[in-house]
Write a protein that binds this ligand. Structure first.
Ligand SMILES: [Zn+2]
Length: 263
């Protein structure tokens, strides 16, 4: 028979030996349990080393208005995307993120969502620069009464200033669904600060729940504009690796908030 003292002492001893999960490892345990519940429709095994890379730190690169990459930053390990791209465009992405993306698109396809393509991936500093100027010209023409500063402030709510675009990291994609013809210029951060309709698609509903299983996060959630500095973008997905993605998803965080926490 166990004495009362033992009932108190045994859990305490186990905790000292690290056998009782502390809150940090608890999240990991929950993630694993959740993964066990989910049955992949595709054979996920060949993709796992990419979805869940050993060294995830390189995929946690923070790029935002306060953390620009600068003009000379070019990502290493870019690969040409071998999946459906909008209008058959040639696009590049980090090769690990690309493999994780293939798995995600294949899973969506297996789940009946067959109309998704990639409309934007890696963007050079020069391209972002061109894009930013293009929007500035458009907004200036649409709002002749605005000052240059007003125009710039407005454009900054939906387009990144050159050097501050996450697309320059080669770690994110903008997705597209056939029929989204109301979008003036293909891709995210392109036509207007309003959602072009991606949030209304089955693809979005699916991605919202499942992107993290493939190491991707919804980078600019609806209610986090003050943290990310960007309006809600239902179509923009960032690769961070599955471990970080699961924690970000399950705790309702942004990448900024996740990185601010002790790892
Ligand atoms: Zn984007």
């Amino acid at each position: 028979m166990l004495c009362l003292a033992c009932l108190v002492l045994i859990p305490a001893l186990l905790a000292c030996q690290g056998l009782v999960p502390d809150p940090d490892t608890q999240t990991e345990t929950e993630t694993k349990q959740d993964e066990e519940k989910y049955t992949y429709l595709i054979n996920i095994e060949p993709y796992l080393p990419f979805i869940d890379p050993e060294d995830q730190s390189q995929y946690l690169l923070l790029v935002n208005k306060e953390h620009p990459l600068g003009e000379s930053y070019t990502p290493k390990d870019l690969a040409e995307l071998e999946c459906r791209t909008n209008g058959g465009k040639t696009l590049e992405l980090n090769e690990t993120a690309a493999k994780a993306l293939y798995a995600m698109l294949a899973e969506m396809n297996a789940d009946g969502i067959t109309d998704v393509s990639v409309t934007s991936a890696y963007r050079t500093y020069a391209y972002q620069s061109w894009l930013f100027n293009y929007y500035t010209e458009q907004e200036t023409a649409s709002h002749p009464d605005w000052t240059q500063q007003q125009v710039k402030d407005y454009v900054l709510t939906y387009s990144a200033y050159p050097g501050t675009s996450e697309h320059q990291s080669g770690l994110c994609v903008d997705l597209w669904v056939d029929g989204m013809t109301d979008l003036v210029n293909y891709g995210a951060e392109t036509s207007s600060p309003q959602d072009p309709g991606f949030a209304e698609t089955f693809a979005y509903t699916w991605l919202k729940e499942n992107a993290y299983r493939f190491g991707f996060i919804l980078r600019y959630p609806e209610d986090k504009e003050s943290v990310t500095g960007y309006s809600y973008e239902s179509w923009h997905y960032r690769f961070v690796g599955r471990k970080a993605a699961a924690q970000i998803y399950q705790n309702g965080l942004t990448l900024e908030e996740y990185l601010a926490e002790p790892q």
